[in-house]
Design a protein around this ligand. Structure first.
Ligand code: R5P
Length: 294
């Protein structure tokens, strides 16, 4: 009988790994990591490894993790793994998909190709694909699966705020807003956004009436928090009774949470694709179903 695949993870993602292993009927094991005084790392994988290995590594704060992936994937192959899957609930470097200025690195292509060289299959959730339409174009691995947490977010919002008006803060969020609205019949609208810098965004509200209504802002990523904060300020100025937030990836870098709260946002909900205090929705069943489908 073929041996069961093993789920590898790093200690800081043990909670999601356990939930995923339970949901997928796998055994989870940690990669042991030692950081030397000079910052280099030494990894030790469990042995023996079965022929099929799944590595869970969400790629927020990605730079050091890219080295971990390189070392883990090569070592797993040397230890006999024949099929390697990367489960990266958050996939980094997807937003820089063209060179806006001559000489700029197109990170999406470079990182995508790098991951495709290391792994046979890559699974992620709501990757930020703007000018490419499939994950396969960005990550040309034999299998590249982009899952969406939009139905999970929609169900969650419906349970906690069934009369909400769903608002997407920019045109790119239209895909999630439309699918969530279709699922539960929410009133909905999508704003327009012009980005002037990392922390400067200009937002124009949609025409959907929000005065006296409970609004939920739905987006894929909260990074600096300024997109959500600016949208929330405008919605409250327009008379919204409350503004809550639901996002797939709670990056909330630096003071982002404070920025969003100061703008008047009440409740903040996110999936556990990136560990954060706002995590309220588990991606484990979604990821487990995708693993079973491979
Ligand atoms: C980009 O368009 C994404 O959908 C998010 O709206 C964006 O990444 C959020 O970034 P920030 O929180 O830095 O405004």
């Amino acid at each position: 009988m073929a041996s069961a695949p093993m789920l590898l993870c790093f200690e800081d993602e043990w909670t999601l790994a356990q939930a995923l292993a339970d949901a997928a009927g796998m055994t989870a094991a940690c990669v042991d990591r030692h950081v030397f005084p000079d910052g280099e790392i030494k990894l030790r994988l469990p042995t023996p490894l079965p022929p099929r290995v799944v590595l869970l590594r969400s790629l927020h704060a990605p730079n050091a993790k890219l080295v971990e992936l390189l070392l883990t994937a090569h070592t797993a192959r040397e230890l006999g793994a024949q099929h390697l899957t990367l489960v990266a609930p958050y996939l980094a470097y997807m937003r820089q998909d063209v060179a806006f200025q001559p000489g700029e690195a197109v990170s999406q292509k470079i990182i995508g190709r790098h991951l495709a060289q290391l792994f046979d299959a890559v699974i992620t959730v709501d990757p930020h694909l703007h000018r490419v339409s499939t994950l396969q174009e960005a990550v040309p691995a034999a299998q590249a699966l982009a899952l969406t947490a939009a139905p999970l977010l929609a169900d969650f919002v419906y349970r906690h705020c069934p009369d909400a008006v769903l608002i997407g803060p920019d045109e790119e969020s239209a895909q999630w807003i439309t699918s969530a609205a279709r699922q539960h019949g929410f009133d909905h609208g999508v704003c327009r956004k012009i980005r002037h810098g990392d922390r400067q965004v200009e937002i124009t509200l949609s025409d959907v009436p929000v005065a006296g209504r409970a609004v939920v802002l739905l987006d894929d990523i909260a990074s600096s928090g300024h997109t959500l904060a600016q949208a929330a300020r405008l919605l409250l100025q327009a008379g919204a009774r409350s503004v809550d937030v639901a996002v797939t990836h709670a990056l909330f870098s630096g003071d982002a949470l404070e920025v969003v709260v100061k703008a008047g946002v009440g409740r903040i909900w996110s999936t556990d694709s990136v560990p954060h205090e706002s995590n309220s929705i588990s991606t484990a069943p979604l990821l487990a179903a995708a693993l079973r489908s491979l």
